[in-house]
Design a protein around this ligand. Structure first.
Ligand SMILES: *[C@@H]1O[C@H](CO)[C@@H](O)[C@H](O)[C@H]1NC(C)=O
Ligand SMILES: *[C@@H]1O[C@H](CO)[C@@H](O)[C@H](O)[C@H]1NC(C)=O
Length: 487
């Protein structure tokens, strides 16, 4: 799956790249370093078992011995299918994506801390503003609007335990002032924890889980990379742990009292609440950031690995792998990846995730003709890459140099035409058809979707590319085991 939809509707995504780096001299910052190592250590020690994934809930595999017998999970997934009937298959598609991301995304990510999480006391001023917001707006869970989830979403069991959302914009004591305050404070903490400069990427309001709630273990979609959870209020009969799978592969239960805070690398650390909530409610706020790419000053990072070194290492590793496989295309691709195309600093260049990111971001085009080497290697470049990026001129050059590349498919059976369809580039498809590309070639050794199916899946049935393809004889053939996309 190469999907990039947001997990929940109603997520506020902001872009504040030019936000000023606030001073790191505040009091809680001083406290953090003395406090953090013990906190982390104590959390690690207190976890009773050293199990990893797939024990409490399916994480890497949909169902395995042990989990198959997990009635909780069966109930969970059946509940979704019934709720969304007759579109119950949407639940299975989300599950597939959730598990695929758990399995593959962490490996392509830069890790900023050793274990990937830490638990601390939230600074007083943060607790104060959040508590004030909560007490001003909370009367009973009934009065809080229900949060809307995408159809078939399996991230929470909202069909049996609806989640509620106190949105910051709309409410008394909320608005931009509160958001800015929450962001500024947590940014300082997370920057000191990770050692890199961060930019806010998303701030939900306060989510209120209700009795019986389960949060399926998942990794966040980029750019929700470095995150914090603050327990704002709770009325529970027993602790409701956040289970994380740390960088060391072990599961850890983290419980929070109101006013406590978990810092975690949400793009690489699988996290969820797979044990149903016992109590009336649990209210927390999620604060998400994206790294800006360069480390803070050395003395502040406590000798954290320099990212550019990490980059270089990943690149060399991939280089030597390409050399072993004697794969020139691979070498050139990662060279270009490194030098010509900007991918976000938290994704390892040359990783599967890096390639996926490039495919999903058509604006990540090559700086053409400025670089000698780029010109020289044009004929070796991947036609799929050019088609996906919508770079018709580059695609023409590639096909001119290597006519077979027009029909060549990658290891998942994706042709340039499928890539162009998925990315919605009509001019590219038009040209490919003129040159004799097959508009109905299915992916995955002929068992996957046709280009039209993928176009609908990624662009929606109403996208103009869909009408265009249908006019040109495209058939919608779903992958084996999947159904057609709803109009
Ligand atoms: C976490 O808590 C749950 C429920 O209390 C328990 O079943 C599980 O074994 C715990 N996991 C760890 C790693 O301690
Ligand atoms: C980062 O941590 C994840 C697990 O959280 C692991 O799969 C991955 O290999 C690590 N990345 C690096 C570059 O060490």
């Amino acid at each position: 799956m190469r999907c990039a939809v947001l997990i929940a509707l109603g997520v506020a995504v902001v872009s504040a790249r030019n936000r000023r780096l606030t001073s790191l001299g505040s009091i809680f910052f001083e406290g953090m370093y003395t406090e953090k190592p013990q906190e982390v250590a104590s959390t690690v020690e207190s976890s009773s078992s050293r199990y990893g994934v797939d024990k409490s809930f399916p994480m890497h595999h949909p169902a395995r011995s042990g989990i198959e017998k997990n009635n909780l999970y069966n109930e969970f997934i059946d509940g979704c299918r019934e709720f969304y009937a007759p579109d119950g298959h949407l639940c299975d598609i989300t599950e597939e994506e959730r598990i695929e991301m758990n399995l593959n995304q962490p490996a392509g990510m830069v890790n900023y801390t050793e274990v990937g999480f830490a638990k601390i006391r939230a600074p007083d001023d943060l607790v104060e503003v959040l508590t004030r917001f909560w007490t001003t707006n909370y009367r009973s869970p009934k009065n809080i609007p229900i949060e809307t989830w995408a159809r078939g979403s399996t991230y929470t069991n909202h069909w049996s335990a609806p989640t509620k959302m106190l949105q910051m914009e709309a409410l008394r004591g909320g608005g931009e002032a509160l958001r800015t305050k929450v962001w500024d404070i947590s940014k300082d903490i997370l920057e000191s924890w990770t050692g890199v400069e961060l930019s806010p990427s998303s701030l939900y309001g306060v989510r209120v889980y209700t009795e019986g709630a389960v949060l399926a273990p998942h990794v966040d979609r980029n750019p929700l990379v470095i995150s914090a959870i603050v327990n704002v209020a709770q009325d529970v009969d027993e602790d409701w742990p956040l289970e994380v799978i740390a960088h060391d592969g072990n599961a850890h239960n983290l419980t929070l009292e109101p006013g406590e805070m978990i810092l975690y690398e949400s793009h690489s650390v699988i996290h969820g609440r797979p044990f149903p909530l016992r109590g009336r409610y649990y209210a927390n706020v999620f604060i998400h950031f994206e790294p800006l790419g360069h480390g803070l000053k050395k003395e502040q990072t406590h000798a954290k690995v320099d990212l550019s070194i990490l980059y270089q290492q990943a690149w060399e590793k991939q280089q030597s792998k390409c050399s072993q496989d004697n794969d020139d295309d691979c070498k050139l691709q990662i060279d270009l990846n490194m030098e010509e195309v900007k991918i976000p600093p938290y994704i390892l260049p040359g990783s599967e995730e890096g390639k996926r990111w490039l495919q999903a971001h058509s604006h990540a085009t090559l700086t053409k003709n400025t670089n000698e080497r780029a010109k020289k290697v044009t004929d070796k470049l991947d036609a799929n890459f050019a088609a996906s990026a919508g770079d018709l001129e580059l695609l023409k050059q590639i096909v001119k140099a290597d006519p077979k590349s027009l029909h060549r498919v990658d290891k998942n059976g994706w042709s340039p035409l499928t890539e162009a369809a998925r990315s919605g580039h009509q001019d590219v498809i038009e040209w490919l058809l003129q040159e004799g590309a097959n508009i109905n070639q299915r992916t995955h050794k002929g068992n996957g979707g046709s280009p039209l199916w993928w176009a609908k899946k990624f662009r929606g049935s109403k996208h103009k590319i869909v009408a265009y393809m249908e006019e040109h004889g495209a058939l919608e053939i779903p992958p084996k085991g999947h159904t057609r996309i709803k109009p």
